[in-house]
Design a protein around this ligand. Structure first.
Ligand code: NAP
Length: 287
């Protein structure tokens, strides 16, 4: 049985759908904090069990009988995130999983300027140390982040943000298909994968030009001083820790940490990756 965690989330739910295209529902399980939220999967024959990374005892039951487990990185920060991710990995190993797949990030590094990356690096190290065959999916930066960065700009015509750098914005559905491939045994992904990215990078000036083109309304990119940007975020009601967390993304992109593309994702998909332009066009159409 393949067990997927995070199955109520955007990535995990897409992974389950991809798996169900290739394998009987009775061979798929999900480990979720709220089983009622995945009643539709239970109705389709998927095994639904309660599993919470912060309650290790729940994971023994959630992972029982699993040959492969997808540990979707917890949406937490710092030591708490490392603890949650490594608890889930250890539970998968204890349950007898023969292969553990973890959703890492293309820029995982202990020295990254972006807050989540040392968490991924520490989790990858723990995973490699288990001795069980593993895949750390070095997922590209979610393209779904871009709408959050540009919503205000669509109203004002000015994309105000700290200095940035190129990012290989990558589609959730493409990454979910790669995760499903890893769970189904695609050994091109085994170990610490190559970066799983879209085929080009764009900085925010290019994103602004793309938005102008897609909407027919000019959006101008303007660079804002880091501290002035944090102040403006706080004045707009964003808690300061969250604003400072977001600033680390700009610091990292400015340093070129996300200026990476690799053909592996397209090779695994057997088709070109989804462009940011297509993601943004879909988002604009749905607004
Ligand atoms: N590559 C990137 O650019 C990027 C960007 C942002 C985040 N990420 C990482 O990628 C992960 C998946 O992305 P996503 O878009 O699917 O996120 P998402 O939609 O927020 O889903 C997160 C999932 O984690 C589950 N979860 C939260 N706390 C948990 C816990 N203590 N134990 C077990 N499960 C827990 C949530 O379950 P509930 O429904 O119970 O809350 C949910 O199913 C994120 O969690 C984050 O670590 C990557």
């Amino acid at each position: 049985m393949i067990v997927v965690t995070g199955a109520t989330g955007t990535l995990g739910s897409l992974v389950v759908e991809r798996l169900l295209e290739h394998t009987p529902a009775t061979d798929v399980g999900v480990s979720v904090r709220d089983p009622a939220a995945t009643q539709d999967l239970a109705d389709r024959g998927v095994r639904v069990r309660h599993g919470d990374f912060s309650a290790p005892e729940s994971l023994a039951d959630a992972f029982a009988g699993a040959t492969r487990v997808l540990v979707v990185s917890a949406p937490l920060i710092g030591a708490e995130a490392v603890r949650a991710n490594t608890t889930a990995i250890d539970a998968a190993v204890a349950a007898g999983a023969q292969h553990v797949v973890y959703t890492s990030h293309q820029a995982a590094s202990s020295t990254s300027r972006f807050t989540p990356q040392p968490v991924h690096a520490a989790t990858e190290q723990h995973l490699a140390g288990t001795g069980v065959p593993f895949t750390a999916l070095r997922n590209g930066f979610y393209a779904s982040t871009v709408p959050m960065l540009v919503t205000d700009a669509l109203e004002s015509g000015e994309l105000l943000a700290p200095a940035d750098g190129p990012v290989s914005w990558t589609d959730h559905a493409d990454l979910a298909a790669a995760a499903a491939a890893a769970l189904l045994g695609d050994d091109r992904l085994t170990g610490i994968s190559a970066p799983l990215t879209a085929d080009r990078t764009l900085d925010l000036a290019e994103v602004a030009a793309m938005l102008s083109d897609l909407t027919g309304r000019q959006v101008v990119r303007r660079v804002v001083d880091d501290e002035a940007w944090v102040d403006a975020q706080v004045r707009a009601g964003v808690p300061e820790p969250r604003a400072r967390f977001a600033l680390t993304m700009y610091l990292a992109s400015r340093a070129g940490e996300f200026d990476v593309t690799d053909p592996l994702l397209a090779e695994v998909l057997g088709r070109p990756t989804t462009s940011l332009r297509d993601v943004m066009a879909g988002w604009l159409a749905a607004r």
